[in-house]
Design a protein. Sequence first.
Length: 112
Amino acid sequence: MNQFELYCMIFYVLDAEWDETHNSELGEFLSSANPFLFTDIGSANPTVYLRFCEAITSPITIENSYGIAVKYVASLENAAVSKAFASIDETEWLACVKDYLSGEHKGSDLPD
């Protein structure tokens, strides 16, 4: 699993929660973090993805991806984002990651 795939997974979790809550603070974060607005690898606001990449320093595997995601979300110090990410547990996360990685997706051609 590469950094961009992890980033996208975090985005998908948060976006799914936004669909349920329409929390404006979460929506603001998602607007800046959107990895699908442009064709390149990054986010709508390039600083968001750059900071994510700076925060992720250890190798990412499927097995440790949830823990890394939790630490990253906590580092944002954003209550709405943290609450939204708490909507998924590790078991559900792992199932979603395996499903996501098994299909075609943006960033799949990047090195792990």
